[in-house]
Design a protein around this ligand. Structure first.
Ligand SMILES: Nc1ncnc2c1ncn2[C@@H]1O[C@H](COP(=O)(O)OP(=O)(O)OP(=O)(O)O)[C@@H](O)[C@H]1O
Ligand SMILES: [Mg+2]
Length: 225
């Protein structure tokens, strides 16, 4: 089953001589259970690709389907709903809410969905990520790497079908980086999600089923080694 599909998607910024084609015409399909890496130089279009996939910005042309549902063409209200239900984001700057404790960052999803807090799942995730003892702390009391792990826990907590991660290991040491990628790989396989991870770290791509390279806005699959 295709969880993510892009059909003739492109994105440009500006006009005339200043026009930047950040993402050139892209077609891609990612199946349930697939863990995909996107690598490529700075400014090549990786974050643009990821945020369009997640509906944080709309494409200049083409369309995005998430779990078979048209995503890029619906109005902002519908898109926000779909985004909440289907997508877990781990963004380059871990965007935590400054006035909420670690556990409340997760509970926010319950508030939005009007559902009950799943204490077992919450603590399991926080434990796996090595941040259980931090659950009553505020973001300002945490290191960059700890904040990043909270962002990961929050993304996984409401069980999205699609996980989009932009440099999720950027502020972690090697050991923790491997652990985090293992968690992402495991979630993807066990729960049949589709996961896209943008990374600079080539050591992490061994965990991925496919590797795509972004260069000057062109995404192509890297075949073999
Ligand atoms: N909102 C915007 N307005 C104008 N130009 C933009 C905008 N967002 C991105 N760009 C441009 O699009 C290109 C791709 O940017 P993008 O952020 O996707 O790169 P990236 O591969 O994620 O880079 P990095 O590895 O540094 O995060 C760059 O030339 C960037 O300057
Ligand atoms: Mg980026």
């Amino acid at each position: 089953m295709k969880l993510i599909e892009m059909i003739d998607v492109s994105r440009s910024f500006g006009e005339g001589e200043l026009k930047i084609d950040a993402l050139k015409k892209t077609n891609i399909a990612i199946e349930a259970g697939e863990f995909v890496a996107v690598i490529g130089p700075s400014g090549s279009g990786k974050s643009t690709f990821l945020t369009i996939t997640g509906g944080l910005q709309t494409p200049s042309s083409g369309k995005v389907l998430i779990n078979g549902k048209p995503f890029s063409e619906v109005n902002e209200k519908k898109r926000a709903k779909l985004r909440f239900e289907e997508i877990g984001f781990i963004l380059q700057a871990s965007n935590l809410v400054p006035f909420l404790t670690v556990q409340d960052q997760l509970h926010l999803a319950n508030k939005v969905a009007k559902s009950k807090v799943d204490k077992h799942k919450r603590d399991e995730l926080l434990k796996e990520l090595g941040i259980l003892e931090l659950k009553d702390k505020f973001p300002s009391d945490l290191s960059g790497g700890q904040r990043q792990r909270v962002a990961i826990a929050r993304a996984l907590y409401h069980d999205p079908s699609v996980i989009l991660a932009d440099e999720p290991t950027a502020s972690l040491d090697t050991q923790k980086a491997f652990e985090v990628v293992e968690i992402l790989a495991r979630e993807t396989k066990m729960k049949n999600k589709a996961t896209i991870m943008v990374t600079h770290d080539e050591r992490l791509i061994d965990y991925c089923d496919k590797v795509f390279v972004m260069k000057d806005g062109i995404l192509s699959e890297r075949i073999g080694g």
